[in-house]
Design a protein. Sequence first.
Length: 256
Amino acid sequence: MSCDLAGNKSGETARTFTFDSVDPNVPTASDLRTDFNSDFSITLSTDTPSVIAPEFIRYTIDGSSLSSCSDGSLYSTPININATMTVKAIACDQAGNESGEFSHTYTKDTTPPSAPGIAGDTGKDYYNQSFNVQLSGGAGETLRYLIQTSAAAGTLTCANGTVTSSGANIAIPIGGSEGEVQYFYGVSCDLAGNKSGETARIFTFDSVDPNVPTASDLRSIFNSDFSITLSTDTPSVIAPEFIRYTIDGSSLSSCS
């Protein structure tokens, strides 16, 4: 206060000073994904329970570092992540304390991966016992598959189906009845959430043995050359039939 020679006194000038040497905690973002394929927003926050002075955050989105609490922009509203960018931020308080630097890179990727490769099915369309197939995809990709008895093209996404690893066996189940079809679909999903095209196969269950083939001419003795045709007819068969033969008397133990 001030006093004059006449003894008059002014009002008081008062200030309160609070000592605070606690650095704010490093800020963080509400979403820490690394890859994305559609735009989204993040919020920045910091929480220092023992802090006294009010805190605020300054940030950059071009990857440049913040060396003081006057660098970058003052954070006040969510940040739109709409391109590949590196967000850096520091927390500051009104006492002049500052946190360490937060840094996180978001990579925009809208390119879908290639459809997964498939092995183990040997190109078969028909089968008579359970067998395995394997899917393969690129590094960092998640493989998903779907097996069902009705067509479901286009329904497999990066959020449904069954997750498998590259090269792992996937059993195609035995059909419940002759002619039952197993529809197999596989896709690859990358870290950004992009989905490949489908790898699709249709497997038809057939456990009916073909009838024994016969020849068009069954004479046993002849005196002039002639030709025969071999044929088989199995009315209930589903898979196309073929015939293998020998002419030297050797037996056939398999269809190969």
